[in-house]
Design a protein around this ligand. Structure first.
Ligand SMILES: [Zn+2]
Length: 114
């Protein structure tokens, strides 16, 4: 385990951007955000935001770690698809990454793009 130190975001010209965790490509589309607590998960997608009050996989993980689980689902323009995850546990916010099955381009549904 090693720390990730985010720097340089408050100075003009030093903005950072996300690259694909799998291939390093810079064209990464956010397609879904989930925020899971022990009770349920809020899901933000292209056309809607909803709250699901049941034990989804994310809710069970949040419960197991006694902390919020925040997932940014992305797809990169090379076709990689995955979740970048922030998991809060005992005062520390951990970074995780998981790969998901490839999507067809028509399934990307980038957030807030028409
Ligand atoms: Zn990629």
């Amino acid at each position: 385990m090693k720390p990730f130190h985010l720097t340089g975001t408050d100075a003009f010209g030093e903005e950072m951007y996300l690259i694909c965790p799998t291939c390093g490509f810079e064209y990464v589309h956010p397609i879904r955000v989930k925020v899971a607590t022990g009770d349920g998960v809020t899901v933000i997608e292209n056309k809607e935001t909803r709250y699901v009050q049941r034990e989804t996989a994310e809710v069970l993980q949040a419960k197991k770690n006694c902390g919020v689980r925040i997932l940014l689902e992305y797809v990169c323009e090379s076709g990689d698809h995955g979740n970048i995850i922030l998991q809060f546990h005992e005062g520390i916010t951990y970074f995780e990454h998981e790969r998901l099955p490839e999507l067809k381009p028509e399934e990307w549904r980038t957030l807030w793009r028409t």
